[in-house]
Design a protein around this ligand. Structure first.
Ligand SMILES: Cc1cc2nc3c(=O)[nH]c(=O)nc-3n(C[C@H](O)[C@H](O)[C@H](O)COP(=O)(O)OP(=O)(O)OC[C@H]3O[C@@H](n4cnc5c(N)ncnc54)[C@H](O)[C@@H]3O)c2cc1C
Ligand code: SF4
Length: 239
């Protein structure tokens, strides 16, 4: 392959897809390599048994030889096609050295304050619904969420109120879903009863990254989406 690209992005999931969104307007020649196809829109998207087919059955092994079945979803959009779209920010202490049950998470070279503006931009891109100040564990933020929190389902509302009367501090999870509760007749999200773990049949999870990849598909221009699995990277060092 003799073609020249300014940027090659491998994978169109949360990471690659978000990067593609940022770089696409830059005019750079971008090649996106994605091993998976577009996820089909079909009734199985919202079917408990049918939806298992969107997960890979591959087996990985941990350092002791134990089996791990990661259940990745290899499609354009990556695991954002099936995720629950609860989009929390990491906490400030997550960037510090932190002891978990299974070991120490090392300190990051960059901190929450370095990420804060990017979180704000990502929340806009992913159309996150939430309310600042409700979650007592949330780190500081420079801006309110771009959209109001999603109202509770009736039973969750009851539980929410009970928890509050018991002195607890429940809060609405920040959700990256394209819902317009003020005008449900125009809302992409219809509040179906499947979401986390299922692809959205009506494409209402905030997957602007995937939509960007969609636009590249089969188009001539400065961006190219190729179905291709990267199996290795060879790096040649010059003199
Ligand atoms: C059921 C489920 C629910 C989840 N719910 C949430 C949630 O509510 N909130 C949250 O924050 N996170 C959630 N997650 C996790 C979240 O989806 C992942 O953390 C996130 O998608 C990871 O982004 P990524 O870009 O690293 O990888 P991925 O999104 O997995 O993207 C990787 C991409 O690379 C492609 N690829 C892989 N290998 C190759 C190769 N060799 N060559 C070319 N392409 C390749 C894949 O096909 C895929 O498109 C959930 C995950 C799952 C499975
Ligand atoms: S319609 Fe709404 S609730 Fe249902 S899967 Fe799509 S985003 Fe989730």
């Amino acid at each position: 392959m003799n073609e020249h690209f300014d940027v090659i992005i491998i994978g169109t999931g949360a990471g690659g897809g978000t990067l593609l969104n940022r770089l696409a307007p830059s005019g750079k020649r971008i090649l996106v390599l994605e091993r998976g196809p577009f996820l089909p829109r079909e009734k199985d998207n919202w079917n408990y048994h049918g939806s298992f087919k969107y997960y890979s059955s591959e087996v990985m092994f941990n350092k002791d030889g134990g089996e791990i079945r990661p259940g990745f979803s290899y499609f354009v959009g990556g695991n954002t096609k099936v995720y629950g779209a609860a989009l929390f920010r990491l906490r400030e202490k997550d960037f510090e050295s932190f002891r978990h049950k299974d070991g120490i998470s090392p300190e990051w070279p960059i901190k929450y304050r370095d990420w804060e503006d990017y979180y704000t931009q990502a929340e806009e891109l992913y159309e996150v619904h939430g309310k600042a100040g409700e979650d007592p564990t949330e780190p500081w933020r420079s801006k309110e969420y771009p959209h109001p929190p999603i109202s509770h389902e009736p039973r969750i509302k009851e539980v929410f109120e009970i928890l509050k009367t018991r002195g607890m501090k429940p809060y609405p999870a920040p959700m990256g879903v394209r819902i317009n509760e003020a005008m449900m007749h125009l809302s992409p999200c219809i509040r179906c009863d499947t979401c986390d773990g299922y692809p959205c049949l009506v494409g209402a999870k905030s997957d602007r990254s995937e939509r960007r990849a969609n636009r590249l598909h089969g188009r001539r221009g400065r961006g190219f989406l190729r179905r291709s699995e990267l199996v290795g990277v060879a790096v040649a060092f010059g003199e």
